[in-house]
Structures are given as C-alpha cells and as structure tokens.
Design a protein around this ligand. Structure first.
Ligand code: URA
Length: 194
C-alpha cells in the first residue's frame, strides 16, 4: 500500500492488513521533539485523514497535553505501533505487531527520543514485549535501550472513564503526563543548556 505523500511512500504488504486498509498512517507532531508518544493503530478517522490520533481519543490526548503545558504540534512526536488500520478496528494481532515493529524501530531511531510514552497495553506489548495489564504498568518509569519509557492508560480508556476524581484513570494519567513533562524539562535543562 502507498501513502498519500510521495515523500512518505511505503510499499509494504508484509502483514496483510494493507489489503483492506486504504492509507498508511505514519505520524504527526514534531519529528525533532525528544518526546515520543506511541499508540496502538489508526482508527477510521485516522485512516481517512492519514494522521494518528485525530479522532475522539486524539482529542483527549491533545487536551491532556495542553493541560500540562505541552503543544501537541511542537512538543511531541505521535505515532502508532501499527501503521495500517486493522479491519473493524480490532486490536492488532501478535503477527501484525511483529511485522510492523521495524517501522516503529526506524521511527525511534530517527526521532531519537529521550522519553517514550506508551499509550495502552498494545503499545507496551509492541515495544517492551510485556503483556501485563496496563493498570499494573502505568506510571512506572522503565529504562529501555537508554531511553526513559512510561506506560500510561490509552486515551480511549479515558473516554470510557472520564471522571476526574483523584485516583481515577483520568487524573492518574494527568499525573503521569506531568511527570513526563517534568522529565522532559529536566533533560532540556541538562542537555541543551548545560
Ligand atoms: N488509537 C490509537 O492508538 N491510535 C490512533 O491513531 C487513534 C486511536
């Protein structure tokens, strides 16, 4: 399948999703940012527009980022574990994750983030190979290939659990993202203005 833009042309039929998907969804945000957010896979709107997280989950994600003072267009690079929309928006299979992994590896190599936020259990499985429930992993920093990695709840889970009461998923995610912002600022202070 080919992407819209010739500068991003891909010709990948490796996992078979492409027989039904219409567009490869690569990324949005700033490729020069040192903060990367990885989600699961594009949904219907993402496929239509050709950008990740532009639907309801993406609105939640952008709102959370803005609440902690980050600009989604300038301060983060956003992508997914899988670049094509799985049929009926199902969770990508183990094989699809494995086959899509080299694309994500390349993105990580090129962007070279200090911090990677894994949104939801599929992103955790794709990057860390860990299949534990996200509720047991979120909020715990990991050192992965010399990068700081933080699993968080997926924004679609927050859509289903919108309560902002302290201790509930929404406010826990806000706390997690505040930690992310603080770490990003620390890195900037130490590495960019030593
Ligand atoms: N959910 C994801 O994980 N990624 C998207 O791009 C949209 C919804």
């Amino acid at each position: 399948m080919k992407t819209q833009s010739s500068s991003q042309e891909l010709d990948c039929h490796a996992c078979g999703i492409d027989s039904q998907a219409t567009k490869v969804v690569v990324s949005r945000g700033n490729p020069l940012s040192r903060l990367m957010i990885v989600g699961e896979a594009p949904g219907a709107l993402e496929e239509e527009v050709g950008l990740p997280f532009v639907g309801r989950s993406g609105k939640v994600l952008d709102k959370l980022l803005e609440e902690i003072g980050l600009n989604p267009a300038k301060d983060v690079y956003i992508c997914n574990a899988v670049k094509c929309r799985p049929p009926k928006n199902r969770r990508p299979s183990k094989t699809e994750l494995r086959v899509a992994a080299p694309w994500l590896e390349q993105q990580i190599k090129l962007v070279d983030p200090w911090i990677i936020v894994l949104a939801g259990s599929t992103a955790v499985e794709a990057v860390l190979g860990d299949k534990k429930p996200i509720s047991s992993l979120r909020g715990i920093w990991l050192d992965w290939n010399k990068r700081c990695v933080l699993p968080i709840f997926h924004p679609s889970y927050l859509l289903r659990n919108p309560s902002r009461i302290k201790g509930k998923p929404f406010s826990l995610t806000l706390e997690d993202l505040l930690q992310v912002r603080n770490k990003l600022y620390e890195f900037q202070k130490v590495l960019c203005h030593p």
